[in-house]
Design a protein around this ligand. Structure first.
Ligand code: AMP
Length: 183
């Protein structure tokens, strides 16, 4: 089993659910920048206050802010396995991650792209009902994904790290596809 993983894919593709499940099964750390940011917002920290309005508009918080979070989490792991979910989301974040991982001597084992049609994504996001899941914000998040995050597909393809899986169907079916692509 590969133990340094990265999930890529649009909001609503099921990255969070599948990542949590995979990490539990294999004893690796689930690092979701969205979850970490939401905890900061809930705790009312200065960082959370800075991020909240941006998140509620469906835009991206600054690269510097998420990088600081990822760096401190990663260093605290002391070499154990991890799955990054929702990070990197921009090419500069991916370049900064490369730099951090080469310092830590922990190269990425695999990048998995979860693919799903826009119609299904919007339906799934509306059903979830999070503060940033209203229709206008969802459309904005999909646009941000296309502009800023989708270029990472070619970035990781060029490194020979990318595998794509179809994120359609039941949770179990998707989990099975993921297990196959990681083992
Ligand atoms: P998520 O739970 O991954 O959908 O993230 C929820 C929100 O948190 C996003 O819409 C962004 O506002 C913010 N966020 C999460 N991860 C990142 C990241 N890597 N870079 C910038 N903003 C992020």
């Amino acid at each position: 089993m590969k133990s340094r993983l990265l999930f890529l894919g649009p909001p609503g593709a099921g990255k969070g659910t599948q990542a949590a499940r995979l990490c539990q099964a294999h004893g690796i750390k689930h690092l979701s920048t969205g979850d970490l940011l939401r905890s900061e917002v809930a705790a009312g920290t200065a960082l959370g206050q800075e991020a909240e309005a941006v998140m509620n508009r469906g835009e991206l918080v600054s690269d510097a802010l998420v990088l600081a979070i990822v760096e401190s989490q990663m260093k605290a792991l002391n070499g154990g396995g991890w799955l990054l979910d929702g990070f990197p989301r921009t090419v500069p974040q991916a370049e900064a991650l490369d730099k951090l991982l080469s310092e830590l001597q922990q190269p990425i084992d695999a990048v998995v792209l979860l693919e799903l049609d826009d119609g299904v994504l919007i339906e799934r996001l509306l059903a979830r009902g999070r503060a940033d899941d209203t229709e206008a914000v969802i459309r904005n998040r999909l646009e941000v994904y296309r502009d800023k995050t989708a270029p990472l597909i070619d970035f990781y393809k060029a490194k020979g790290l990318l595998t794509s899986i179809e994120a359609q169907g039941s949770m179990d079916a998707i989990a099975e596809r993921l297990e196959k692509s990681f083992s």
